[in-house]
Design a protein around this ligand. Sequence first.
Ligand SMILES: [Zn+2]
Ligand SMILES: [Zn+2]
Length: 391
Amino acid sequence: MDVTQRFDGLQADIEQDFGEKIVALRRDIHREPELGFDTVKTAEKVLAALEGLPLDIQIRVAENGIVATLEGAGAGPTIGLRADMDALPIHEETGLPFASETDGKMHACGHDGHTSMLVGAAHALCGMRDRLNGTVKFFFQPAEEGGGGGKVMVEEGAVEGVDSIFALHLWPGLPFGTVASKAGPIMAAADSFEMEIKGTGGHGAMPHLAADAIVIAAQIVTALQTVVSREVDPVQPAVLTVGEIGAGTAFNIIPETARVAGTVRTIDPELREKIPQRMEEISQGIAGGMRANVTLNYNFSYPVTRNDPASAKLALGVATELFGETSTLEAEHPSMGGEDFAFMLEKVPGAYVWLGVGDVSGLHTPQFAFDEEILPRGSALLTALAMEALS
Ligand SMILES: [Zn+2]
Ligand SMILES: [Zn+2]
């Protein structure tokens, strides 16, 4: 059987056989978003949607994650497909009839879509079990948005014995239905930091008797902008963003402390080590010169998401077979966003791919929404990836 024959009509079949189920599941998950590791109801919905399929199911992996295993009829490699299940602490403003019913929680990163697409792929692959040589493992992972659920799954041994692994992410800004990926780094290392500046508090009218934590924090925030602009090779991608700054209780009090927090994104591992050293030296120098102290807590969180070149090539090849050359794109640059699928790719060769949803509001915005036509397309892509990797 040749490749084109195998993928012919795959998306249409999935749409016809499971389309309604995938959309219903997505809406059901969307209505009840859950954060971090607390994906209890989401996992229940996934289990209900997988019921009756010939899967060996492990629950409570990485707290509320699921690993479902499909043994094909013949012997062969083990392929992993992964979806994330968690939502974000954002108040939804889409106006959708199935919008979040919980104030302050929303599926604003499309993980409801990823989970439903993976359930669709599980149905499709179970239906062709007799023709599969090898094993497919479906990973439903909590806590992608901070918490590192992917890391916990790896630590619990969930990806042991997996020969290659794939995941997709809905991608605003990429033309609708287009699949993009690249060899090597596709998402950045995403680290966070927190600084406490400790000066001496005092009366707003007597600054000479105080060491003003606000003025020092302001100097440090400004100086941190020179880390990327003056310390990093201009052709090397790096981002340093201060996202939080806080101090003070009243207009006429000089506060003793100030807090500054932010994120650093890099691709190069050496640069990833160097940046916190320079941040420390620069902020200590400023604080010391102004009669204060600073403590830097730096958290190396998600490493670079690095695609195995052969797996990225396989993914783009499958996308071309499925959707045509005009719907497949080799990405030029990585995104500076972070992704905890990185931990799985550190253990198992594989690829992370972007699936375009066109010009919609960005990920992590209260208006993020996508056309559900993308769901069977994503299911078909995941299904075809497993078929191809098993062939
Ligand atoms: Zn996200
Ligand atoms: Zn996401």
